[in-house]
Design a protein around this ligand. Structure first.
Ligand SMILES: [Zn+2]
Length: 549
């Protein structure tokens, strides 16, 4: 009897981002994607990675990592994993070029092995065939993974674009052939399952951009994701048609354009790129600018333009600003601020799918159903999405005839076992969680979850510091308590009252307790908290500081 195959996600089932899937068979392990999640709460954390300890503890059993495409939510956590689990990474060329760059920044090297559509790569008992799909980054692939329990198809991120900008079509014929041969399980991208119909072709965005460029009189700024090379190509083409030169703002935009040019994914006229110093002097009608900052990130080039703080360029009356991207839920406030500020500068701002200036990279209902109909899987697992996206995608599978017993809506950690006896949820879930990190940290190290919790608490209710000096020998109060508030409401003018409350608490302590700094700190903390509670005020974090003199 062939050994069972177990499948579980360490991330990406229950959230949009940090996609990471593990496959296990006969004690051997393969990984599909290892991405990060961008936090939308501003608590000084740049990124969130899945907790990879389950993999780290089994490092000797991991045979390889498959990468479907180069988006950060699919490859961004690879440095965290490869640092401890140095195994071969198989992936498309452009994805690996981005990974190589990220690893170099983290001071890591890895065994990166490029795979083209049709290539089959072994990792232990698994053999994955790369299958071309269309998506918002070049070279995206699905994976048809042969296992001792039949073939599994992992869609990666995909849409079915009939008119892709680079002419590289999704290989629907291959997927249909896999379905005819018998597909045990389909794992498919759920991001847009709530959107009916089909996504707009990327080529339609090119037509909309061309119209907008033809009408514009001032400078044109286009914000888009720096990895969306096809969109960048369309902007460059629209600019070229109007005789506009192209300037680049933002580090990732410069890096990715350079990389895409070097690798031949992007074609620009030789005269087209213009250095910023020269761009400033060009007449407005002769300049287009590609910029980062689609989500209103405060440190991005677009946000700095909106605040009038960019050192190289300024947005002026009559300019056109196009946000050629999706508004990621949670970023509405930051984006709104940027749009408001740009409007105040006198610019016309086009955003949120306005006039087809953006197309999603993810399949909508009709495309998701088409993939299910073509591949005819026995079993179906919706992946990549919040729970509501997964549930809706499962409903689409039902409408395509996948049986009740064949649909499995899993969340992070839940294990699905594929065996000769059937496909079912099994055993204890894998441990899952989130790791917070600062991108700038040299070692790409983590930020403790407690640190983030503290930051949230401080942001919500502020801090009250209680400073007390006591005599080391007798425990008698030498000075204080002094009360200092930071971001805490209701303290100003009432410090003396709070100090009295703290002194009364000290007076109630036994002589032994008075001699113990820990006990004194705790008494001060409780007393101050009691005061805030009695006043009905929002209770800040209380930090007692006891100095022994
Ligand atoms: Zn993607």
């Amino acid at each position: 009897m062939a050994p069972p195959v177990r499948i579980a996600a360490l991330g990406g089932l229950g959230e949009v981002g940090m996609n990471c899937m593990v496959l296990e068979c006969d004690g051997r392990i393969a990984v599909v994607d290892c991405g990060i999640l961008f936090p939308n709460e501003p608590f000084g954390v740049d990124l969130i990675a899945p907790d990879l300890s389950w993999l780290r503890e089994r490092r000797d059993r991991v045979d390889g990592i498959y990468v479907t495409h180069g988006h950060e939510d699919h490859v961004g956590a690879l440095p965290f994993l490869l640092r401890d689990v140095p195994v071969p990474v198989h992936g498309p060329r452009f994805a690996l070029a981005l990974v190589r760059q990220r690893l170099a920044e983290a001071g890591l090297a890895a065994d990166l092995r490029e795979a083209a559509p049709g290539d089959v790569r072994q990792a232990g008992p698994f053999a994955a065939e790369f299958v071309a799909v269309t998506h918002s980054i070049p070279d995206s692939c699905a994976l048809a993974i042969s296992t001792p329990q039949g073939t599994l198809l992992h869609s990666g991120d995909f849409k079915i674009d009939e008119r892709p900008v680079d002419g590289r079509m999704m290989d629907l014929a291959r997927i249909e052939a896999l379905g005819r041969r018998g597909l045990r399980l389909l794992l498919s991208d759920s991001t847009n399952s709530e959107r009916p119909g089909s996504s707009l072709s990327e080529s339609a965005v090119g037509e909309a951009l061309a119209r907008a460029f033809a009408e514009a009189r001032g400078r044109i700024f286009v914000a888009c994701f720096a990895s969306n090379v096809h969109r960048i190509q369309l902007v460059a083409d629209a600019a070229r048609a109007e005789g506009r030169r192209l300037a680049l703002l933002g580090r990732s935009m410069e890096e990715n354009v350079r990389l895409a040019l070097d690798l031949g994914y992007l074609r620009l006229a030789p005269w087209q790129l213009v250095p910023l110093a020269e761009a400033r002097g060009l007449p407005p009608r002769e300049l287009a600018v590609l910029t980062t900052g689609t989500q209103g990130e405060p440190r991005s080039a677009l946000a700095r333009l909106a605040r009038g703080e960019h050192p190289d360029l300024a947005v002026e009356r009559g300019d056109l600003v196009i946000l050629s991207s999706r508004l990621i839920p949670g970023n509405e406030v930051a984006i709104g601020q940027a749009v408001n500020a740009l409007c105040r500068l006198g610019a016309t701002v086009a955003y949120e799918d306005l006039r087809a200036l953006h197309a999603s990279g993810h399949a909508q209902e009709a495309e998701q159903r088409r993939l299910i109909a073509l591949s005819r899987p026995e079993h179906f697992v919706p992946i990549h999405g919040e729970f509501r996206h997964l549930a809706r995608h499962a409903a689409h599978a039902a409408a395509e005839g996948v049986s009740d017993a064949g649909r499995h809506v899993l969340v992070d950690g839940e294990v699905l076992e594929v065996s000769e006896a059937g496909v079912r949820r099994s055993g204890e879930p894998l441990p899952v969680g989130r790791v917070y990190a600062d991108r700038d940290a040299a070692d790409f190290g983590g930020v403790d979850a407690l640190v983030v919790k503290d930051r949230k608490l401080l942001a919500e209710s502020g801090l009250c510091i209680v400073v007390l000096a006591v005599d080391k020998a007798t425990g008698a109060v030498v000075r204080g308590p002094e009360i200092v508030g930071k971001g805490a409401a209701g303290i100003e003018g009432r410090e003396a009252e709070i100090a009295q409350e703290a002194l009364r608490a000290l007076a109630d302590l036994s002589p032994q307790a008075r001699a113990d700094v820990g006990e004194v700190q705790e008494a001060l903390r409780l007393a101050v908290r009691r005061w805030f509670r009695r006043e009905g005020a929002r209770r800040p974090s209380v930090l007692p500081v006891v100095l022994e003199l």
